[in-house]
Design a binder for this molecule. Structure first.
Ligand code: RBF
Length: 178
């Protein structure tokens, strides 16, 4: 289905989701000019999360967000992303918050508990504060799968989180103006 061609339906924003959002059409991303973003990055699995954070940062800037409108905080692990996100939201300075983490399956059930905690935490934050909280958290079976998604063969999920943040911030601005 082509955008805008369905009778009676007008897509104000071009649909651009594919299986791999890193393949997005950059021309169809709203401008990030004037938008402010907070990013919380887990230090655990830094090789992965650092690459994702860099990707997110580059992508925000590429789409017009000013460097001084991006603040980055690190937290020890993905479990702490919710708290970091909450602290950032409470400053009132941001249009959207990006959480970056990587949880890799180990031998114990920690994986499940951390994934569950941060996922529910992100949902709770976004609904409690009515602000986009973008879930840039990899949950993989092994390190290779994570590397593949942090600038490897499956793109960089940090880039995708940044695009999602801009799109959601744009949606909020447009809808609140209506
Ligand atoms: N944090 C991550 O971000 N990714 C992980 O893969 C990860 N694995 C962990 C495995 C174990 C056994 C433990 C105890 C912690 C792990 N953490 C991981 C850290 C976790 O998110 C949190 O920082 C700590 O549990 C302290 O609250």
């Amino acid at each position: 289905m082509k955008n805008g061609t369905t009778p009676g339906i007008f897509f104000r924003v071009s649909i651009m989701a594919t299986r791999n959002l890193s393949d997005y059409d950059a021309n169809r991303v709203p401008s990030g000019e004037g938008m402010k973003f907070g990013m919380v990055v887990a230090e655990w699995n830094w090789e992965i999360t650092g690459a994702m954070a860099q990707g997110a940062l580059d992508t925000l800037i590429k789409h017009g967000v000013r460097k001084e409108h991006i603040e980055i905080e690190t937290v020890p692990g993905s479990f702490e992303l919710t708290m970091g996100g909450q602290l950032m939201i409470e400053t009132g300075r941001f249009d959207a918050i990006i959480l970056i983490g990587c949880v890799i399956q180990g031998e114990t059930r920690h994986f499940d508990f951390i994934c569950q905690g941060v996922t529910q935490g992100a949902v709770d934050l976004t609904l409690k504060y009515n602000i986009p909280v973008i879930y840039g958290v990899l949950t993989t079976e092994n390190q290779q799968q994570a590397l593949d998604r942090a600038g490897g063969k499956h793109g960089n999920k940090g880039d995708e989180a940044a695009v999602t943040a801009i799109k959601m911030a744009d949606s909020v601005r447009r809808l609140r103006r209506l």
